[in-house]
Design a protein around this ligand. Structure first.
Ligand code: FMN
Length: 216
């Protein structure tokens, strides 16, 4: 697991080395800002619980990935719909290819960020199915996990997700949580909303604290 000596600075939005979309232009800009070598980024894997093309949760995770780069990398996974319905009978070599890829991306990540809508007061079936695929494997058991949420509603789903993630990982963080009220906003508006200084700060601080948590 990569160790983070250099987390995203919570005041990153006020520094001069940023591009228009709020990320650092290159590693040199990061080094100029922080005065230390850029060698220690975190590789996060962000799972959206929504398969909607215009999903607010997916758009929020994408905006977060833009804010984090290149100090940290966040790969946004929006393909839970490609995973077959879990059955213990399918847990044999070779695993279905989408499951192999999904598990491998989790294995290679330093931490997971999950953001999901609520469906019928519960975890959407696609996300629960994805988690079920991981239960008897070793990728997720010690993986740091934090939640985001793109709505002011959905607390029943969040409670269930917290219970499930506490069960599958010894390193689910209940404390690290970031929520924006983005319901019904289109992706471009969400990108713009997260680019606003106070929201960028909140997002940068969340990434920074999660990087520290992953490095502990
Ligand atoms: C089938 C379905 C069931 C839903 N059930 C709930 C619900 O129980 N509670 C709630 O607050 N919102 C519910 N919603 C609304 C979604 O949670 C909400 O629109 C969410 O922001 C969608 O996230 P997305 O934009 O990432 O797809 C439901 C939506 C759908 C499509």
């Amino acid at each position: 697991m990569a160790r983070s000596r250099l987390s995203l600075h919570p005041l990153a939005c006020s520094v001069p080395n940023l591009t228009a979309n709020g990320s650092y232009a290159d590693k040199t800009a990061v080094e100029a800002e922080f005065g230390e070598p850029y060698t220690n980024f975190m590789n996060f894997f962000a799972i959206s619980g929504s398969t909607r093309k215009l999903s607010t949760n997916t758009a929020m995770l994408r905006a977060l990935s833009h804010i984090a780069q290149p100090v940290h990398s966040i790969s946004v996974f929006e393909r839970i719909g490609d995973l077959p319905v879990f059955s213990p009978d399918l847990e044999m070599d070779p695993l279905p290819e989408p499951v192999q890829n999904f598990a491998e991306m989790i294995r290679q990540s330093d931490g997971l960020i999950i953001s999901s809508p609520e469906y019928v007061r519960a975890i959407p079936g696609g996300l629960k199915n994805a988690i079920d695929w991981l239960v008897s494997r070793d990728e997720v058991i010690n993986k740091p996990i934090a939640l985001m949420h793109a709505s002011h509603r959905g607390d029943d789903m969040l409670a269930q997700l917290r219970m499930v993630l506490t069960t599958v990982s010894s390193r689910f963080s209940d404390e690290l949580f970031l929520r924006f009220d983005l319901m019904k906003k289109p992706p471009a508006d969400i990108e713009a909303y997260l680019a606003q200084p106070e929201n960028r700060l909140a997002a940068a601080d969340f990434v920074s604290r999660f990087a520290t948590y992953c490095g502990d």
